[in-house]
Write a protein that binds this ligand. Structure first.
Ligand SMILES: Nc1nc2c(c(=O)[nH]1)N[C@H]1C(S)=C(S)[C@@H](COP(=O)(O)O)O[C@H]1N2
Ligand SMILES: [Mo]
Length: 406
């Protein structure tokens, strides 16, 4: 039942109950009126997001940025995409939060309070790129089900926390450990408390990297609710689904983690390229690991009018999963010629890199600016949609914007 129908059937006493207080002047309230206190919350206010962010879904909450909103070197909360598979946990007590490390491959199960984690282990801060595996899904054909992300499901914030490897060393893990899996406090959309909306993980090699964090701060403040308060895993450069939010347990596994959304078509792509629309056997699907090379033009905004006499500076970011970006180019003539951009070093491994290039447009008129990044192994972004896959992951086609020189 939707909220409107639901509210029209409520008695004043029940409304008071839901509001948690007395409905003063309830008798004066128009029939079928839904008190503001019962209406759907405004997600932009609720999560402190900029009003130019784009809401893709409200159950669960999913929201993406537009390219021009991502111009900051470090993404602030207001421009950070939200991707949820279930309902955000309702009652989160930071003070009493604990993290349990268990699983077949721990020497013994251990529990830490949040305060203990923060004080017992050295704290580190890294800028880490988080991109949803489904970013760019909206371009796939045949279309792929799921949130129709365009380009805005990517962020690079400062994350502060402790190294997961330090914590696991303190717990003691067995030599047969191959994977970890996270368990989190969000709830399944069906309301079934036995089902987890998502429980993914990463191989031990990724766990042991210095940048793999159990984070409790984002951009110097406690992590916002929507992004995993009070504790989240951050595995930069991998599909962001590996970075579990609201985590209370990490299981150290002697096999590839088999939690929710680890199997079937979830965050997996055909191991070998297939024809668009093909059915692919489970056995021929591979788990996505490092994300592919990609870039985004964040300034000017697509559709901008630029004065002819000015040189236009193009700005943006480029990233390549576990790898560094080694070259960044832009074209204003539909890819006939490319100009090399100035490309900064990343702040640390797994952080995106900023690029800029000053362009002189020869005449007044319509132009497109195309951007192409190349990773340190010489792999470049494709101009058009790369390999089709059932769930529409890993679209790293070149970003293009349109401008008018007037
Ligand atoms: N507990 C939990 N963690 C989660 C998810 C979720 O639904 N529940 N979504 C994952 C996915 S698919 C993505 S892309 C990122 C999004 O992180 P963000 O919302 O902080 O941008 O969180 C990941 N971690
Ligand atoms: Mo995702």
């Amino acid at each position: 039942m939707n909220r409107r129908k639901f509210a029209s059937k409520l008695t004043l006493a029940t409304i008071s109950g839901v509001l948690g207080t007395k409905l003063v002047f309830g008798n004066q309230m128009p029939r079928h009126y839904i008190p503001l206190g019962l209406q759907d919350p405004d997600p932009f206010k609720l999560f402190q997001k900029d009003s130019e962010m784009v809401l893709l879904n409200d159950k669960p909450w999913n929201m993406e940025a537009q390219a021009h909103l991502l111009n900051d070197k470090v993404t602030p909360n207001k421009f950070m995409f939200i991707r949820n598979n279930g309902q955000i946990p309702e009652k989160i007590e930071g003070k009493s939060w604990t993290l349990t490390i268990n699983g077949e491959s721990v020497k013994q199960k251990k529990e830490y309070s949040l305060a203990e984690l923060k004080s017992k282990f050295k704290n580190y801060t890294y800028q880490l790129t988080l991109e949803c595996g489904g970013n760019g899904r909206s371009e796939f054909n045949p279309p792929a089900k799921g949130n129709q992300w365009t380009i805005g499901a990517v962020s690079c914030a400062n994350w502060t926390g402790v190294r997961l490897k330090d914590v696991l060393e303190d717990v003691g893990i067995k030599s047969d450990a191959v994977y970890i899996g996270y368990h989190a406090a969000d709830t399944h959309l069906s309301g079934d408390s036995k089902k987890e909306p998502i429980s993914r993980g990463v191989p031990i090699e990724k766990v042991m990297q210095e940048e793999t964090l159990l984070a409790f701060e984002m951009n110097g403040k406690p992590i916002p609710i929507a992004h995993g308060f009070p504790l989240r895993l951050v595995c930069g450069g991998w599909p962001a689904s590996a970075s579990g939010k609201w985590i209370h347990t990490i299981s150290v596994r002697n096999q590839v983690h088999d939690g929710a959304k680890m199997g079937g078509t979830s965050y997996r792509v055909p191991c070998e390229t297939v024809a668009p629309g093909s059915k692919v056997e489970d056995a021929n699907m591979c788990i996505i690991e490092s994300m592919p090379v990609k870039s985004l033009i964040t300034s000017p905004k697509s559709g901008a009018l630029v004065k002819k006499r000015n040189t236009v500076t193009i700005n943006g970011h480029a990233w390549a999963g576990e790898l560094q970006v080694s070259k960044m180019e832009c074209s204003i003539d539909f890819g006939s010629t490319w100009q090399t951009c100035h490309l900064e070093q990343p702040m640390n491994r797994l952080a995106w890199q900023h690029f800029k290039v000053a362009i002189d447009f020869p005449k007044k008129g319509y132009y497109e600016i195309w951007a192409r990044a190349t990773d340190e192994n010489g792999k470049s972004q494709p101009m058009v949609l790369p390999g089709w896959n059932p769930k529409g992951y890993l679209n790293n086609a070149c970003h293009r914007i349109a401008i008018k020189v007037v």
